[in-house]
Design a binder for this molecule. Sequence first.
Ligand code: C2E
Ligand code: CA
Ligand code: CA
Length: 493
Amino acid sequence: MKRSSIHAISIFLLLFLIGSSLIFLQGTSQLNKGSSYLPIILAALFLASTITVIYVIVTKNYHNKALNKVAYLDSVTGTGNYNKFKIDAQALLKNNKTREYAIVYLDISKFSYINDTFGYSAGDIILAQVAKEMELEMKESECSARISADNFVCLVEYESENSLLQRCEQFHHQCDQQLSQINSQFKIQFACSIYKVSPGETDIPSMVGKAEIAYKTIGDIHKASAVFYDDRIQNEYLQKKKLESAMSSSLDNNDFLVYLQPKIDLASKEIVGTEALSRWQHPTEGLIMPDQFISLFESNGFILELDFYIYEKVCQLLRKWLDAGEAVMPISVNVSKAHLANQQFGSQLKALIEQYRISPNLLELELTESILFHDVEAAVSMILDLKNLGFSILIDDFGSGYSSLNLLKDLTVDVLKLDKEFFRKDGMMEKDKIIVDGIIRIAKDLNLKILSEGVETQDQVDFLIEAGCHYVQGYFFAKPMPVEVFEALVGYQ
Ligand code: C2E
Ligand code: CA
Ligand code: CA
């Protein structure tokens, strides 16, 4: 029933009640004079209308409560939802003008893993427990809510960055304890971002939005589990949005360029290959280096398109050199870990080289070492698939992560590319030398070729010759360069 009709009925009944009471009073005086049954009827009506009015009021309250429940309660956790949070937070800010506040945005890391491992109902139990703990954690002048999937938000009093971080940590500990009582395997990690509310600020969605912006930088930019929103984050976010808004049209306009960095054979000192590295000739920002867009494209999925665009440009280049009758050397391309999920990757690449009539041994594939640890099974099967198709495989950035020489014996790779971190300009550390020497020896025993990247000095070159490294790449010999410059360097027409 609509609220307005409930009001109308109640007013009607109220009037009826007053009216009948008056008549009753008049009737009793007449009854005293012994005249009729009218007063008894009126008394009954009076009673009925009183009961009806009470009924209407009670139902109205019930309906209001039900409506409030739908509007302000989160059905999964049974605690207040974002709508309620917005109202409560605004009221708190209004009533506590002298107090300093912060918005904390909290995400349960890898929550999909929890759902996948323990099931959705276990996921719901965890969400409800976190929400409950959060509600208990709130002081009278604070409030909280779950705002979406595994994301929570709270408005808390602010004393200092440190004390707030400590409180977040304490809260995590508290949740972990409570969850382990439900199931000892329920372990969660939080990632949280914090926005310090400015004096007089009242727009809750905008504040939560800023905390969310900071949150989005946790993984790809800051690699931390807690981040405070500041101007730098705002700028990074705007820059990211700017790049994202231009990426597709830039691809259509051929604004992504292939740069080539030569690979040198240490025995002959000849250029024996080259690596294709992308550059973005942005319409307004100038030439942008890959470290500013590759991880962004990996997080938004655009890398899948960019990589194939680069592969096609490389195939076109190889075809051009072949048609010109040059003694063509292989070009290596970088394969993002994002391709691991694509089981058609190998066949798509094969279709591409066939389109340009390129032999697979001219296109080498550089897979970063981190791919192996991202999803070992998928990586091993992808590498096997690519090898069967005839491509050469190179493990890039070797030694930068949890290198597993042991894993190498099961991988059908051709070249190990030692990470440039081993070769620092100010001279290699003694320990780096021992490690590089050891890796080269083992890799040779496994019949792998070694390429060292980031080689910048004569000393490094001498050391690598001594250690038995096969190829080098680095500023000492050549920086990545535009295709025309490379063609001139190697004497292609
Ligand atoms: P990477 O594949 O490890 O490439 C080597 C990086 O080291 C290149 O940076 C190169 O310019 C730089 N470098 C080469 N020699 C030296 C040296 O002597 N000293 C120093 N300090 N640096 C050197 P760049 O071109 O900025 O590329 C950065 C990373 O971006 C690449 O690292 C690669 O992982 C990624 N990347 C570049 N283009 C693509 C692409 O088309 N697709 C994918 N998926 N990743 C790409
Ligand atoms: Ca590479
Ligand atoms: Ca590398």
